[in-house]
Structure formats: C-alpha cells, structure tokens
Design a protein around this ligand. Structure first.
Ligand SMILES: *Cc1c(COP(=O)(O)O)cnc(C)c1O
Length: 334
C-alpha cells in the first residue's frame, strides 16, 4: 500500500540513499553491537555474529527506517502530524521518533497485536486506534486518517526512506565483521532485507543473503513463488512481527527482495520456539519469535557451509512474558 501523496515515486533505492540515511539518523540512532556467539560458532564450525538490534530504545531495528523517513519530512508535514499501521514494532518506532522530535503520531493497529506491544505504544505517548483483525484493516483506517486529517503515513516497509534506514544495518555489518559471507535476515514486508541486501551486495556481491520466515502466512515467500504480490490470511505464529501483507501494489520491496535475496527458508513453529528457549538457556538472551527464525536456520543446519563468518540479525525482543513462559515449558536442553 503506497499512497504517499507528498513525494513522487523514486525509481530505485541506491547505496547513496543508505549512506545519506546513516548521516541523517546519526543523532537519534546509535550503532548496534555485533557480538560473536561462541555457542553458535561451535555448533556451525564458523564464526557466528549476532547483530543486536534489540539494544535500540524500542527493542527492535525499526527505529532506523522510521527516523530516516520522519527526519526527511517537510516542516509542514511534521506540523500536521503522522500516522502508521503496524504489527507493533514499526508503530513503536514511529511513536518513539515522533516523541523525540515533538511530532504528533497516531498508530492504527489490529486487535491481534500482543499486549506487551500495545502497552509500550501507550507508554510512548502515541494516540492508538484499534481496528479489525489484520494489518490490512489497520492500514485502511490509517489512510482514512490521511483523508480526514491530512496526516502523513509512515509506511512500515515499502518506502525508499524506510528501506534506506534499515539498510544502515548492512553498512555496520561490513565495518564490524571480518570476512562476512552469510547474512540471515528475518523477512516480512522486506524493507529490512531490501536495505541490508542492497548495502551488502553493492560492496561485495558474493555475500549470501538468506531470508527467513515462519511456515504459515509467509506472504513475501508465496508472492515470489506466484511471481506477483498476493495476500494470505494471517495465522497465529510465534513470529508475529513477520505477519502482514506486502501490499498488492507493492512498489519497491518485492522487486528488491527478488534481486538481493539468494535464498529463503521457512521455519516451523517448534523450531522457532526451541531457538528462543535455546538463546535464553545459552546466552541468557530474550528475543522475539521473528528473530528466533534466524537462529533456527543455524540450529537446524539449514545454511549450506562456506568459508567466512555468518551474521544473524537479532531484529527485536518485544515478546510477552506469557510467550516466554510457554516456550520454556516445552524446552528440553540439548
Ligand atoms: C518488522 C520486523 C521484521 C521484518 O522486517 P520487514 O522489513 O517487514 O521484512 C523482522 N523482525 C522484527 C522483530 C520486526 O519487527
């Protein structure tokens, strides 16, 4: 869904956009650490680095894209206010950046968004509108607000500024990880993978980019198979941050994911659960199911062996305590 009325469609996101994004967001967003996981390095026989996007104030990477987009709005647009729809982390990112910059934000979310995320949104001071059972319904409400109140929509992924903002992760990986050859990226709408893929491949085409999603409702995966954007019903998953459509009139990420992703893996729910518990057990680290998909790809030996280091993007840690309890109950250490 790209109804951005204020800027005309830009042909393509370039590495220059990502370099500019890095400068633009520098005052709001700090570089995140890439730490080696000795447990995972031992298991895979290759150096494995965890890119900790969990250390952002909102507990997920989406502040990068949100900051890049919002900072690039005109003063007039900032004054009228912004709105967005989101499974949670993008909404939180928009609310956070808006608060920092003194801009009014209205977040439209579906009734399926987990309670922990709703509570955080409220704490960030955003106005919240609950609407329907899917991200698409939340999106409709959001565009109604554009018409009624002249707000600017901050798209969750299908926007050049959002993609460039997420792409700054790729620049940091290139700087911090020696002989990087594999990057594992949780995949939903594909803003994250588009940006990271573009940053990595414009530096070194041989770096392999793997997208990871849950098995059910993997809309980007099914769209790539169909050769065009399609929509699917949302099924419950531990990787709730990966739910949502890619927009039937997708402008950017469908083509970019097609270009920059070398392979995609679908991860069963039990493996996501196991990976979340494994990381608590071995690293005392909490991550949400979306990030667990990348760990599961490693633990399940799904990444074909090659020379060089592997980076897994630990995209977020916003997970309800009840979910943590659930995955620990069914976990047996190995
Ligand atoms: C949004 C999100 C993703 C996927 O990002 P896309 O740009 O939509 O592909 C992955 N993990 C977490 C935690 C997220 O919030």
């Amino acid at each position: 869904m790209n109804n951005n009325l204020t800027s005309s469609r830009q042909a393509e996101v370039t590495i220059r956009d990502i370099l500019e994004a890095r400068k633009r967001i520098g005052s709001l967003i700090k570089k995140t650490p890439a730490v080696e996981s000795f447990v995972l390095s031992e298991r895979t026989g290759r150096p494995v680095y965890l890119k900790l996007e969990t250390v952002h104030d909102t507990g997920a990477f989406k502040v990068r894209g949100a900051a890049n987009k919002i900072l690039s709005l005109s003063e007039e647009e900032k004054k009228r206010g912004i709105t967005t729809y989101s499974t949670g982390n993008h909404g939180m990112a928009v609310a956070f950046v808006a608060k920092k910059l003194g801009i009014e934000a209205t977040v439209c979310i579906s009734n399926r968004v987990p309670k922990a995320k709703v509570d955080s949104l409220k704490r960030l001071g955003a106005a919240i509108e609950f609407c329907g059972e899917s991200q698409d319904e939340a999106g409709e409400r959001c565009f109604a607000l554009v018409k009624e109140q002249g707000l600017t929509v901050i798209e969750p992924f299908d926007d050049p500024y959002i993609i460039a903002g997420q792409g700054t992760i790729g620049l940091e990986l290139l700087e911090d990880i020696p002989s990087l050859s594999d990057v594992i990226v949780p995949l939903s709408g594909g803003g994250l993978l588009s940006g990271i893929g573009m940053a990595l491949k414009s530096n070194d085409r041989s770096i392999r980019v793997t997208g990871v999603s849950m098995e059910e409702s993997a809309v980007m995966y099914e769209s790539l198979r169909a050769g065009k954007p399609i929509s699917l019903p949302e099924k419950d998953t531990l990787a709730d941050s990966l739910l949502g459509g890619i927009g039937l009139d997708n402008q950017y990420t469908f083509e970019m994911v097609k270009r920059y992703m070398d392979q995609v893996l679908l991860i069963p729910e039990e493996e996501i659960a196991y990976s979340m518990a494994f990381m608590m057990d071995h690293h005392r680290m909490i991550m949400e199911g979306a990030a667990g998909t990348g760990i599961a790809a490693l633990l399940g030996n799904k990444i074909e062996d090659q020379e060089g280091a592997i980076a897994v993007i630990i995209t977020g840690h916003n997970v309800d305590l009840s979910v943590i309890q659930h995955v620990l109950t069914s976990y047996s250490p190995s």
